[in-house]
Design a protein around this ligand. Structure first.
Ligand SMILES: CCCCC/C=C\C/C=C\C=C\[C@@H](C/C=C\CCCC(=O)O)OO
Ligand SMILES: [Fe+2]
Length: 703
């Protein structure tokens, strides 16, 4: 007789316990135990409980390979889902074998858990591991988009019609649907049915949902009661915009309100604002921007000239070419407008980045004057405000939503569908996929839906958003995706006071070093990477579903060496965590003063100089209701709803061996040091840069 002792931990979450019958079968190299019901006196599997059971076998099972967990009906009770954290088995000789689970188990099923110690070569020894997301289907949301989760596949799962591994719904953007409706108190339509089905392992926790609603409902109702969401007229005074969010002021919102007109601050935002990825160093001017030395001489001063500054690498361009053919639509029944500016900047000898010239269209000519700091105050301010509007559109749609939210959704899907639970890359990436499918489903149901928030607040509306994202993806490259390569390619490695770059590179290096240790442990040679078929299927699925198989993107379709795997994983973790924080968390800070980030413009870009006044400026900016709807969103998404997990925190112990656990501890201590360094640096800055403080970065895209 051999007795195995099992220690079963149920998660401490709301409704994590189960009334269903739970049994276990142990499978080892020398045989299999009988199926043993896990049942003690009193209630089993209550939330947060750690309970002990015995499994008796006629003989020793040898090395344990698998634990089968059976969840079955109990008496007349209904199915009751269970969050199983982990099961530890103590063999008759005292050996402790952890079986990590950390997931919701729904319905009646048998689930196979593998010991937490397996590398890729071991998991193939007997059984292929379970796939968490086998049933999740891909959906083609719109042509040219990264593919997304098909939430209707969850309904099918519930009705036990399982999806095939390869099934993709060829169902493009369907436009409006009967479930897409206005709800009392909310300014936009909400597609309720698409919110109702979400697989329990990917949906927001009760805490997170409650926290989001707790923020959203009072803020929205508060604005509604004040009449701000229904006021379809222009602002009468700039000062009236100060108190839209009187109770949500931050140090940065006040700093922006104070400094928004200054050229210095305009340049600063290209480095440390919410969209710090736009600048390219120029060695010569593009022909579409015919700026002359005479135009910029007053800004450059007597000691230098444009050609010299180009040669010195001090001239930079922000080019909004992507907006040139973007569709525009109407807000409050009024036609809106979009520009496609070129903004030329100079890094001066004091280390400040200053705008030198702005052309609001991609086609030079008499109808597209080049605006200069020497123009009238209102002409120059309006030109800069047009650039800020272009920044808003490119930032929200491309830098933020496409390049973090949507790409990270595709990484999550491929990870859940292609890598078994026991795979080391699954264990490494799972924490960086937390809640991404859910937040994007919420975004699609409230922002991207017909008459959703994007249609209510932006000049380009939903059609423009679809256009920008498909054009953005068609031009997105592996170089853009990898921070060190992107900075190098843009020629911005030596600009001073570029805190996004400095903090980002430190975090990149910490992630890279952590990932190198994990990869080094599980993948000792090129063959181990090349022969891991699940890993290759995962890379290939990302290539086809996220990047639509476009070779010129430079994204790999297979990986050949541990070094390539390290870079790929580092980039994925960085973009799911730090990059999202850098482009998400400052939206309220930099956008609460609306003229700094207008979501729409309701007069055409000026074709002449000398015509702008305060009145025409105010008539160009969005109306009161458009402004307030947008600020509501900025405020909501700038704060992570409760139930946060900062970068590098891994409370679920998927890795049970000592080596990866040491690597996790080393990673955490590196991040803590980076955090201390950033806090110290910030003490001497007039405007602290906090978005890449590791303690404030979430592990995954979850808002
Ligand atoms: C006013 C009520 C809004 C309720 C919605 C709550 C949360 C939204 C969920 C997810 C948001 C995700 C992203 C969206 C970012 C960009 C989308 C494009 C926006 C635009 O073009 O205006 O934010 O983190
Ligand atoms: Fe976000």
């Amino acid at each position: 007789m051999a007795v195995y002792r099992l220690c079963v931990t149920t998660g401490p979450y709301l409704k994590a316990g189960t009334l269903d019958n739970i049994s276990a079968t142990l499978v080892g190299t020398c045989g299999e135990s009988p199926k043993q019901r896990l049942d003690r006196v009193g209630r089993d599997f209550t939330p947060g409980s750690v309970q002990k059971y015995k499994v008796r076998c006629s003989a020793d099972l040898g090395e344990l390979l698998l634990l089968r967990l059976h969840k079955e009906r109990f008496a007349f009770f209904r199915k009751d889902s269970w969050y199983c954290s982990n099961i530890t088995v103590i063999a008759p000789d005292g050996t402790v074998i952890p079986f990590p689970c950390y997931q919701w188990i729904e319905g009646y099923c048998t689930m196979e858990l593998r010991p937490g110690t397996g590398g890729p070569e071991e998991k193939d020894a007997l059984y292929c591991g379970s796939l968490l997301g086998l049933e999740m289907g891909w959906k083609i949301y719109a042509p040219g988009f990264p593919r997304m989760v098909d939430v209707s596949s969850f309904e099918e799962m519930e009705s036990d019609k399982k999806f095939a591994l390869t099934k993709t719904i060829p169902c493009a953007d369907q436009g409006d649907s009967p479930g897409n409706r206005y709800l009392p108190g909310f300014p936009m339509k909400i597609d309720i049915p698409s919110l109702l089905h979400m697989e329990p392992n990917t949906r927001y926790s009760a805490t997170k949902t409650a926290s989001l609603l707790f923020n959203a409902i009072p803020a929205s109702l508060g604005m509604k009661i004040r009449g701000l969401l229904d006021r379809k007229r222009s602002w009468k005074k700039l000062d009236d915009m100060r108190n839209i969010f009187w109770c949500h002021k931050t140090f940065t919102t006040e700093y922006v309100t104070e400094h928004w007109r200054e050229d210095n601050f305009f340049g600063y935002q290209y480095l440390n604002g919410v969209n710090p990825v736009m600048l390219h160093c120029l060695s010569s001017l593009p022909s579409k921007l015919p700026v002359t030395n005479d135009m910029v001489a007053p800004s450059l001063g007597p000691d230098t000239c444009l050609q010299t500054e180009l040669e010195r690498g001090n001239i930079f361009l922000a080019d909004y070419w992507i907006l040139a053919d973007a569709p525009v639509h109407c807000l409050n029944g009024r036609q809106q407008y979009v520009a496609a500016p070129l903004c030329l900047l100079w890094l001066n000898p004091q280390g400040a980045l200053l705008p030198l010239a702005i052309q609001l269209s991609q086609i030079p000519g008499p109808d597209s004057p080049i605006f200069l700091p020497t123009d009238s105050e209102w002409d120059w301010l309006l030109a800069k405000t047009w650039v800020r509007n272009s920044e808003f559109l490119v930032h929200e749609n491309n830098t933020h939503f496409l390049c973090t939210h949507l790409l990270c959704e595709a990484f999550s899907m491929a990870t859940l569908r292609q890598l078994p639970l026991c795979h080391p890359i699954f264990k490494l990436l799972l924490p960086h996929t937390r809640y991404t499918l859910q937040v994007n489903t919420i975004a699609r149901a409230t922002l991207l839906n017909p008459e959703g928030l994007v249609d209510q607040v932006t000049s380009i509306g939903r059609c423009g958003l679809l256009y920008l994202m498909r054009t953005g993806l068609a031009h997105f490259t592996y170089t853009n995706f990898c921070l060190p390569d992107s900075l190098q390619a843009r020629g911005v490695l030596t600009i001073p006071n570029y805190y996004y770059r400095d903090d980002g590179l430190k975090i990149w290096a910490a992630i890279e070093s952590f990932v190198s240790e994990i990869v080094g442990y599980y993948y000792p040679c090129d063959d181990s990477v090349q022969q891991d078929l699940e890993l290759q299927a995962w890379v290939s699925e990302i290539f086809t579903q996220a990047f639509l198989g476009r070779e010129s993107s430079g994204f790999p379709s297979r990986l050949c060496t541990p070094g390539q795997l390290v870079k790929y994983l580092t980039a994925i973790i960085f973009n799911c965590s730090a990059q999202h924080a850098a482009v998400n968390s400052g939206q309220h800070d930099f956008g609460a003063w609306m003229p700094n980030a207008p979501s729409s413009m309701k007069q055409p870009p000026p074709q002449n100089k000398g015509t702008t006044t305060l009145k025409s400026y105010l008539e160009t900016l969005p109306e009161v209701n458009v402004t307030c709807n947008n600020l509501l969103l900025f405020w909501l998404v700038s704060q992570e709803p409760k139930d946060q997990r900062p970068l590098g925190t891994y409370p679920d112990q998927h890795f049970t061996e000592e080596v990866p656990q040491r690597s996790i501890a080393a990673f955490q201590s590196r991040l803590a040091q980076i955090s201390r360094d950033i806090r110290e640096r910030n003490q001497s800055l007039p405007l602290p840069y906090t978005y890449l403080d590791p303690h404030l970065i979430e592990n995954s895209v979850s808002i």
